[in-house]
Write a protein that binds this ligand. Structure first.
Ligand SMILES: NC(=O)c1ccc[n+]([C@@H]2O[C@H](COP(=O)([O-])OP(=O)(O)OC[C@H]3O[C@@H](n4cnc5c(N)ncnc54)[C@H](OP(=O)(O)O)[C@@H]3O)[C@@H](O)[C@H]2O)c1
Length: 394
């Protein structure tokens, strides 16, 4: 039998891995490792983890790497004794994203910092494997217009959106009734309001099912991550918010579902392991092996129940933001980033995250998204407002 991991007849796909030192970035490189010859890592972009990046340079030999700032670039230049172009800052990440030889950019920088490099990749005609949900949350209509203009593919990496994408394949759009995003519920699923008040950053970043970066882990604990995913899904699948529902599914086996008008629900299931969704995005329309352990169906106990928006009100803010439209989702996203950062630094209580985001949203009148500058302006304004609100609370 032929060795399925040898792809001598398939030209390798050039990848830019943006956010290579993070959870999604490292998992992407594991999928690459698992499929020798199938992918070529052309460029990497990271933040400040110079040591981690150095090891990746040694192993994958990219042509170009980028780090968050000049200091990190100087440190890398001192020690990276190999022929690689080293750049830095947002310009550097844009260069890595659009580098010659890149066929697809894996967009996995965390937060709003991922938006501009992803846009650069789209404008340079690169396909996108999108983990950075903030790109669509902040600038959905603009990004979709740019995607259309460039004629590139946008493949979801978020496991829920990957599941929806897979469950839509082979079905007619007019038969769709709605989509159902699953949420594991995070570490405080059954916690009382008083327990939530006393949650520490350490506890909030210990997700029971997924191993992720700190920001998204806190968002999972507040259910804001699900809210951001509702907005992402609305843009990605062109759906009204009424067509998108959320169910709590603590086992995190069903990654999301599509409901059709005949009462059928099509779901995608697998172990909670991001390598599956990453592999599907970077190899679509093929499926490749990626190291995800098989799902054993015997003895599976799958539960589904309604989210408790009284204890986890951040989810409702996301529906408010998508209904308001324009700059409001970008404002929600920026206020959340500042509030989560404040919480992780010990300047804000866990349950005050909601108050900061809703306070900033209340002060904002949504404007239509005329350009990327409109988005960045709203983002800057919301960050200042959120920081000011945290100071008054502290
Ligand atoms: N983790 C998951 O399972 C998962 C699932 C679905 C979607 N996502 C989304 O994927 C994105 C990444 O999540 P993650 O969990 O992988 O986060 P993470 O572990 O915190 O990693 C973030 C990555 O972004 C880099 N970075 C941060 N700021 C940067 C900047 N200004 N310039 C360049 N690079 C920068 C970090 O670099 P350094 O570490 O070198 O500083 C790191 O490589 C997020 O948008 C998240 O919502 C994640």
């Amino acid at each position: 039998m032929a060795d399925l991991n040898k792809h001598s007849n398939i030209p390798s796909k050039g990848l830019a891995v943006l956010g290579s030192t993070g959870s999604i970035g490292r998992n992407t490189l594991e999928v690459v490792r698992f499929n020798p010859g199938r992918f070529k890592v052309v460029s990497l972009a990271a933040g400040n983890n110079v040591e981690g990046l150095k090891k990746q340079i040694q192993e994958f030999r990219p042509a170009c790497v980028s780090v968050a700032n000049d200091a990190a670039a100087r440190e890398l230049k001192k020690t990276a004794a190999m022929p690689v172009e080293i750049c830095s800052g947002a310009e550097g990440a844009m260069k890595a994203a659009s580098y010659e030889g890149v066929d697809m950019a894996v967009s996995a920088i965390s937060g709003a910092a991922g938006l501009i490099p992803t846009l650069a990749a789209i404008r340079a005609g690169k396909d996108i494997a999108l983990a950075n949900k903030e790109t669509l949350v902040m600038a959905g209509p603009i990004i979709l217009k740019e995607i259309k203009k460039s004629g590139v593919r946008l493949l979801p990496v978020d496991s829920e959106h990957s599941a929806i994408f897979q469950s839509l394949c082979g079905h007619r759009r007019e038969d769709l009734k709605g989509i159902i995003l699953t949420a594991s519920g995070g570490p405080f699923l059954t916690a009382s309001a008083s327990v939530l008040d006393a949650v520490t950053p350490e506890a909030a970043t210990m997700h029971p099912k997924w191993s992720m970066g700190r920001k998204i882990s806190v968002d999972s604990a507040t259910l804001m991550n699900k809210g951001l995913e509702v907005i992402e899904a609305a843009f990605l699948f062109d759906l009204l918010p009424e067509k998108i529902s959320v169910v709590i599914h603590p086992q995190a086996i069903v990654h999301s579902m599509v409901e059709y008008i005949d009462g059928s629900i099509v779901a995608q299931m697998s172990q909670p392991d991001m390598r599956g969704a990453i592999a599907y995005a970077i190899s679509y329309p093929e499926r490749i092996e990626c190291g995800t352990p098989p799902l054993k169906l015997h003895g599976l106990n799958l539960e589904f129940f309604e989210p408790d928006v009284k204890r986890f009100p951040c989810l409702t803010l996301a529906y408010d933001a998508i209904r308001a439209g324009g700059t409001m989702p970008a404002v929600l996203n920026a206020a959340d980033e500042i509030a989560v950062d404040g919480f992780l630094k010990g300047n804000l209580g866990f349950t005050c995250i909601y108050g900061v985001i809703s306070g900033v949203m209340e002060k904002h009148s949504a404007r239509s998204l005329t350009s990327i500058e409109t988005v960045l302006e709203a983002d800057r304004w919301a960050r200042q407002e959120a920081a000011a609100l945290i100071r008054t609370l502290g």
